[in-house]
Design a protein around this ligand. Structure first.
Ligand code: NAP
Length: 258
């Protein structure tokens, strides 16, 4: 069912961020008269890209903490614009908004869809990716994020190039090079990187967004291990774009679900 816009006018919105979409929604809210917005970041990176407007950083202390925050700050609506793999935060947001009686919308960019020529191996989780990898290649480009590298620590038949914004913490694979970098990444850059490191398999979460690394892998005929998204909590209202989230906040109309 398509999500129905918040019933009462929204004056103060909490945006749970840490994503490009979270920052874009914060900018859109900041430019919307009559809308006060607070962005929340987890505080995982030491130099985060900060959204426009008021920003708070750090966990809320679980469902109770978030429900208390919603009441204390008199939040009228919550938009969960966290990363598709930030499942704990999304679960907490859904539970806390029910508890505090505050409407919630989930803003999720769509996952990727395969193109002709793609050689994708979908797995349910990082453990599935680690199990499958040795059969697919020996030189792995790992783009699942700093906190996911530990899942590959026991895979000692592969060499890994892991790209992350900040250095990962142990446990780590024995044969690992880390490339510290932050997107967006161009197709030319991804092509050059796959060639320079003689990569023969790519591992990524199904995050959606830029397809540059997938396009570069397809051009080289490389297999891609794609980790499926965790499921959304049942009953969550979801939209795929910042424009649809802003419409939900401002128009009082029904918007189309993603
Ligand atoms: P997670 O496992 O779902 O969340 C763990 C805990 O971190 C939450 O229970 C919450 O702590 C805190 N938290 C997470 N997001 C928060 C936010 N926006 N504001 C305040 N507290 C937050 O999250 P994660 O996967 O570690 O991701 C952390 C952040 O990085 C998210 O904001 C996400 O958007 C961003 N991110 C994640 C990924 C990924 O692959 N997972 C990729 C890119 C960006 P309390 O229980 O104490 O409230």
């Amino acid at each position: 069912m398509p999500p129905v816009a918040a019933a009462a006018p929204v004056r103060r919105v909490l945006v749970l961020g840490g994503t490009t979409e979270g920052r874009a929604l914060a900018s859109a809210c900041a430019a919307t008269p009559g809308l006060d917005m607070i962005s929340s970041l987890a505080g995982r990176t030491s130099a985060p890209l900060l959204p426009a407007g008021e920003v708070r950083i750090g966990g809320f202390g679980g469902v109770d903490g978030l429900a208390g925050f919603l009441r204390e700050r008199r939040i009228d609506a919550v938009v969960d614009a966290t990363h598709p793999f930030a499942a704990t935060m999304t679960g907490h947001a859904v539970a806390a908004s029910v508890r505090a009686g505050v409407p919630l919308l989930v803003l999720r960019r769509p996952g990727w869809t395969p193109q002709p020529g793609d050689v994708w191996h979908r797995v349910a989780d990082l453990g599935g990716a680690a199990t499958l990898l040795p059969a697919l290649g020996g030189r792995v480009f790992l783009t699942t994020g700093r906190q996911s590298i530990a899942a590959f620590a026991a895979v000692d038949t592969c060499w890994f190039l892991a790209r992350s914004v900040e250095a990962p913490a142990p446990p780590l694979p024995k044969r690992l090079d880390v490339l510290l970098d932050r997107g967006p990444f161009s197709l030319d850059g991804e092509r050059a990187l796959l060639a320079a490191h003689r990569i023969d398999v790519l591992v990524t979460k199904d995050s959606g967004g830029s397809t540059a690394k997938l396009d570069a892998a397809r051009e080289r005929g490389l297999p891609v291990v794609l980790v499926d998204r965790p499921p959304l909590p049942p009953g969550a209202d979801v939209v795929p774009t910042v424009a649809a989230a802003l419409a939900w906040l401002t128009r009082g109309t029904v918007v189309q679900a993603g």
